[in-house]
Design a protein around this ligand. Structure first.
Ligand code: NCD
Length: 315
């Protein structure tokens, strides 16, 4: 049985196979309408979510399956003190696969050690968000035609933003990948990412606080929201929240083919006048998220692709 906890849980070959499958699903969704008939997905969300929970549910419904779950800790037995281990042992009797979001880093990993069914980490604290990473890769690949030889700028809250940490882990060490980390001093990438991921894979990166100066040098820009819920005090959040706002005017200094990604929700870091720019790719990410999550569910459920007759990955 396979789980998806860390974005590197899928090998390079498996990642390529999943990207290809998500693209096939996008071209021909009707061919996949019944592949998960009678399968059930449970969404266990201990933290707020709009896209991730609903797109996992939409993905399962699109595959012909069904869904159950809870959208907040307060309405689950966690509020009575039940452990993660017991919860997944129980929910594993009701569902064939579980998507879990949790404020504690490592909670989905712990769940995977007790669960009788596959666990997908749908975001754990400031740590990982592997399904987001996969849909980010799909969007970058569509826009740029490659996942190598790219300078990727990450801008905003690089300290707490799990989509950033997760994508950096996945792309580090690929040929010609360089990162430009744009943030205020207090919101720089965590030390472990530099020490345990970037340096060992010899991935070149620079850190700066200037979005304007970086824009002309980037192939891809990944904007992020300042993660209010992970701050220790409100004053720091208020001081830092508006550090960067990408506007149409600023974008004029960027390459004409530089996609702008954002995991969403945005709360002011991309102004509305950017939405009509052809470089705005954040709603593509939302659309791709459903196809990619269909591919991930198929892979972890061990289903055959009806178009190739083969399993997506070895389970
Ligand atoms: C992100 C998350 O939850 O980490 N949202 C998402 O899943 N698309 C980003 C965020 O909340 O800022």
């Amino acid at each position: 049985m396979r789980h998806l906890i860390d974005p590197r849980d899928f090998s390079a070959e498996e990642t390529a196979a999943l990207l290809a499958l998500a693209q096939r699903i996008k071209q021909q969704p009707e061919a996949y309408a019944n592949v998960a008939e009678r399968k059930k997905l449970a969404t266990l969300f201990y933290e707020p979510s709009t896209r991730t929970r609903l797109s996992f549910e939409a993905a399962m419904l699109n595959l012909g399956g069904r869904t159950l779950g809870f959208p907040a800790e307060q309405v689950s037995s966690a509020s009575k003190g039940e452990s993660i281990a017991d919860t997944v042992r129980v929910v594993g009797c009701y569902a064939d696969i579980i998507a879990m979001r949790h404020p504690k880093e490592g909670a989905p990993l712990r769940a995977s050690q007790f669960s009788p069914v596959p666990i997908v980490n749908a975001g754990d604290g400031g740590h990982n968000h592997p399904s987001q990473t996969m849909l980010d890769l799909m969007t970058i690949l569509e826009r740029k035609g490659r996942l190598d030889h790219l300078t990727i700028g990450f801008c905003g809250d690089l300290k707490f933003g799990r989509p950033v940490h997760s994508l950096v882990k996945k792309l580090s060490g690929r040929p010609g990948i360089r990162f430009c980390f744009i943030s205020p001093e207090e919101l720089r990438i965590p030390g472990y990412l530099a020490e345990e991921v970037l340096r060992p894979t010899e991935t070149p990166f620079e850190e700066t606080d200037s979005l304007e100066a970086s824009l002309p040098t980037l192939d891809v820009l990944y904007m992020t929201r300042v993660q209010r819920e992970r701050f220790f005090n409100e004053e720091d959040y208020v001081r830092l929240k508006d550090t960067y706002t990408l506007t149409r005017e600023k974008l004029s200094a960027a390459p004409a083919d530089m996609p702008v990604l954002h995991p969403l929700p945005r709360v002011g870091e991309i102004s509305l006048d950017v939405d009509d720019d052809p470089r705005a790719a954040y709603f593509d990410q939302v659309r791709n998220g459903v196809y990619m999550r269909m591919a991930i569910l198929m892979a972890l459920l061990g289903l055959n692709d009806p178009l190739t007759g083969e399993k997506v990955i070895a389970c």
